[in-house]
Design a binder for this molecule. Sequence first.
Ligand SMILES: [Zn+2]
Length: 130
Amino acid sequence: MRAWRRGSPAAGLTFSRVSDPTSGDEYDQGAINETPVPPIRTCLGCRTRAAKAELLRVVARDGCGCPDPGAVLPGRGAYVHLDEACLMQASRRRAWARALRVPGLVDVSAVTEFLLQVGGSNEWEKDSRR
Ligand SMILES: [Zn+2]
């Protein structure tokens, strides 16, 4: 049981209904009696909102994008699907610089490498948090 912010009126009211056609997951705000709604982040590439656990966190390190699958690195993070297309899209739009607050072009080759290693699967998400 994790601590869930109950005090703030804004918590849980930021979206009413999110459905993800790719995973079939659906979160209904009206049905959260016991289950907290998972945190939602926007993919930097395709701009689709998805559960934080489905996205890869990327942080800026020495001006480069660094994959942070465990979400343990400090600093400003951006989120992207484990999908090369999303990665390319974000790079093409130079969205990394804006999202990570890094001036100029951000080298995300480390993220690309990471993506190739995991092959687009969710195997890196070992500790089955939802
Ligand atoms: Zn995406």
